[in-house]
Design a protein around this ligand. Structure first.
Ligand code: UDP
Ligand code: MG
Length: 320
């Protein structure tokens, strides 16, 4: 197989107007710099003519390849399938809507190949997005920085460059495309850099994500921090909480029992019944919660042993 310098992965949902322009622009940049390249356009269940456009592009330029999902699985799934298919030394991801500029590609390539970065993330320093998006984005980026210890300004920038080994060894699933640097870091790819990139207003079509992205984004951040620490050992998380809960509950029960025995041994007044004391109910609840946490831990262990299917997507068609 021919050696390829750069693979560009483009996830897309209903972007028919942008695709020919994007393809021509990428082609121009690649030819100017003499790169061998491929572009993998992943059609994530578009309902417009995007797939037809991709097939036409492929016919006139075999460097443009495509994957067509049976339905809309989301951007992470599209990136994942693109990553499986590519073979370039450097893999670049880019949105299809022309908000990211292909002119950035040569410099990103150089940062990976010559400066030795594993991953370089774009930073849309000057953004052309509505304010309802830019402010939540700041909060979200600050939270991700604090939680992950990776000092990027703009985690969710669609324009990123990777060393090939990175994309072949990380698993992007669910909605985790926002956290690829975090995933890369816990797979051991720690040389993560940033490049200020030009950002442009959307030319055609509309954004595919609403405001719920920020709530979902923060929930995903919590799961990714949890998963990155405990994926291989969920019992350490559940078990620890379970032990604490069980100890406090058991302690409360023992205290009540001790108190009862002591009082009767000393022939003291019996006082209130055990079941009349709030502590009894607290102890009981904590013991039950403790046991449940243990069960959750064991189940999580079994599940993490067994899942092989979380990244199986139904691909309807490919052109290569
Ligand atoms: N996209 C996708 N699947 C989806 C949603 C979006 O492949 O379910 C693509 C979309 O076509 C675009 C990229 O992901 O190429 C980024 O989406 P968009 O431009 O709507 O996001 P924004 O720029 O508003 O963050
Ligand atoms: Mg966009």
């Amino acid at each position: 197989m021919e050696q390829i310098d750069i693979s560009v992965v483009v996830p897309l949902l209903n972007e028919e107007e942008s695709l020919p322009e994007l393809a021509a622009w990428i082609e121009r940049v690649m030819q100017q710099h003499g790169f061998t390249y491929e572009v993998v356009m992943v059609n994530d269940g578009s309902t417009d003519s995007s797939w037809q456009v991709i097939k036409d592009l492929n016919r006139s330029n075999p460097c443009i390849k495509g994957i067509c999902f049976q339905r809309n699985y989301g951007k992470s799934a599209a990136l994942h399938s693109g990553f499986r298919m590519v073979s370039g030394d450097v893999v670049i991801t880019m949105d299809a809507d022309l908000q990211d500029s292909p002119d950035e590609i040569p410099e990103l390539y150089q940062m990976i190949m010559e400066e030795g970065y594993d991953l370089v993330s774009g930073w849309k320093k000057k953004r052309y997005d509505p304010i309802t998006k830019t402010i939540p984005t700041k909060i979200y980026n600050a939270a991700t920085r604090a939680a992950s210890g990776i000092y990027l300004h703009d985690f969710n920038c669609g324009l990123k460059a990777y060393r090939k080994e990175v994309v072949k060894n990380i698993e992007v699933y669910g909605e985790m495309h926002r956290y690829i640097p975090v995933i890369a870091k816990w797979e051991g790819f720690t040389k993560i850099g940033e490049k200020v990139v030009e950002h442009r207003a959307r030319k055609y079509g509309t954004t595919k994500f609403g405001l719920e992205r920020f709530v979902n984004g923060l929930l995903d951040l919590m799961s990714i921090m949890f998963v990155s620490r405990f994926r291989k050992k969920p019992m350490h998380f559940f078990g620890m909480l379970g032990v604490l809960s069980f100890l406090f509950g058991g302690g409360a029960a023992l205290w009540l029992l001790g108190d009862k025995v002591y009082r009767s041994a000393m022939h003291m007044e019996i006082g209130r019944q055990v079941t009349e004391q709030p502590l009894f109910y607290l102890g009981l609840t904590l013991i039950i919660i403790g046991v449940q946490l243990f069960l959750a831990g064991f189940l999580a262990e079994l599940i993490s042993l067994n899942n092989t299917s979380r990244n199986e997507y139904l691909i309807r068609e490919r052109v290569e």
